[in-house]
Design a protein around this ligand. Structure first.
Ligand code: FEO
Length: 403
């Protein structure tokens, strides 16, 4: 079979790599592409688990047909109705009209909403713990609401201990060659996995924790997510990553400095802080101009590092328009467990620093490590000294944590 990979003897990966779509959910850049993973089990009964996004369904339908090798399709399991996994569902339903559509009671209203002509007589409602008997393989289901939508569930093959985890344990990045964790260099995927986690399910840390607790009791030999690499050699590794990301625990000593600057003065201030952090021995310092770098990359690094320093010039008495949406998103994700530094620039009424302070006050889990610094126009010698103090306090806090 071409372009189809065995997960086990009769379980096939028939996913599609998408290197053409510019932005996931039409707003997050995909420089490394994305994979939509789909699986077929060929047993006494045949079963498809999830489909792929609109736009790559052509190759996917060919692979499905090849994997079935002339057989009809008995079941289509819909773990999640977001169109990156259900885009090709209508095509599959039309080509295999005898197939029963397997989902939970929240799945089917969504199927009807997306595909008005779906045949309701084929809907097969399951609930948590039910068994779907394919012959040799016995599948069961666990609900994982809000990982990533209310109807999200995972499918577990009790026979071969395979967890089809859908969005949980997924990653951005198309699959380039090998598809299993032992066939690829994880370093090439790690940043994209964190960017996927923090931006897609970052808001639902508690629900991810609940899912990990629920699935933790299972014996798992394979994790087959709906995006990115499959896990078979070290399944604990991907669970570990999702565990601390969902607890909003930083994973490295380092600092993100993100700023918005119209005429360069706030940028000067950011550079002064970064330079002092370097002098203080902090090796991982990421400086981002919020007007230039897509926020999904900045958020991923904020997830990674313990230190966060935010700067904004004032714009119409408020935070600069390219910084404000980032604050909004971090507030929406209830960011915590971070040291925070604040700086900015003003000319008459201010608003940039004030807005960042309001953001900090709205969250419980940020520790402001020094007095905010707000310069007027070109920073003075005194301003620079105060900015360096932010960097020094940040470095002290990070070094204390080493102990
Ligand atoms: Fe990969 Fe929530 O869809």
């Amino acid at each position: 079979m071409h372009n189809i990979v065995n997960v086990t003897d009769k379980v096939y990966w028939i996913g599609a790599n998408d290197r053409k779509t510019e932005r996931f959910e039409n707003y997050m850049p995909l420089p490394m592409g994305v994979a939509y993973n789909s699986y077929v089990l060929v047993d006494e009964k045949t079963c498809l688990i999830d489909t792929v996004e609109f736009g790559v369904e052509g190759l996917f339908m060919e692979k499905l047909e090849e994997a079935l090798d002339g057989r009809d399709l008995d079941y289509i399991i819909v773990n999640h109705m977001e169109p990156d996994h259900s885009g090709a569902l209508r095509d599959v339903m039309k080509k295999y009209p005898n197939a029963q559509i397997v989902g939970n009671n929240k799945t089917f209203p969504m199927i009807k909403a997306f595909f008005h002509d779906a045949d309701e007589s084929k809907f097969f409602v399951i609930k948590e713990g039910d068994i779907l008997d394919l012959g040799h393989h016995k599948l069961t289901f666990a609900m994982v609401p809000m990982v990533h939508w209310p109807e999200s569930m995972v499918t577990y093959d009790t026979t071969e201990k395979i967890l089809f985890s859908n969005d949980a344990f997924g990653s951005f990045g198309a699959l380039n060659g090998g598809i299993f964790d032992d066939e690829v260099n994880f370093d090439h995927y790690e940043d994209e996995m964190r960017r996927y986690y923090s931006n897609i399910v970052g808001k639902y840390g508690m629900q991810v924790q609940n899912a990990i607790k629920k699935l933790g009791g299972l014996e798992i030999k394979y994790i087959c997510p709906s995006h990115g690499i499959l896990w078979r050699s070290d399944v604990a590794k991907v669970i570990r990553h999702f565990d601390y990301w969902s607890r909003l625990e930083p994973e490295a000593e380092g600092v993100v400095i993100v700023y918005g600057s119209m005429y360069g003065n706030t940028a000067k201030m950011a550079n002064a802080i970064a330079t002092e952090l370097g002098k203080q021995g902090i090796k991982e310092v990421k400086v981002y101009d919020a007007s230039k770098t897509d926020h999904s990359f900045i958020i991923s690094d904020i997830w990674k590092y313990k230190g966060l320093i935010i700067g904004s010039c004032s714009h119409n008495n408020a935070v600069y328009p390219k910084v404000q949406p980032l604050l909004h998103k971090l507030q929406n994700y209830t960011l915590k467990n971070r040291y925070l530094g604040i700086f900015g620039n003003m000319m008459w009424s201010g608003g940039g620093v004030r807005g960042i302070e309001a953001f900090s006050d709205a969250l419980n889990g940020l520790e402001v490590i020094a007095d905010p610094v707000e310069a007027k126009g070109n920073p003075t010698k005194e301003d620079y000294e105060k900015l360096e103090l932010i960097a020094q306090r940040m470095a002290e806090k990070l070094k204390e944590d080493r102990a």
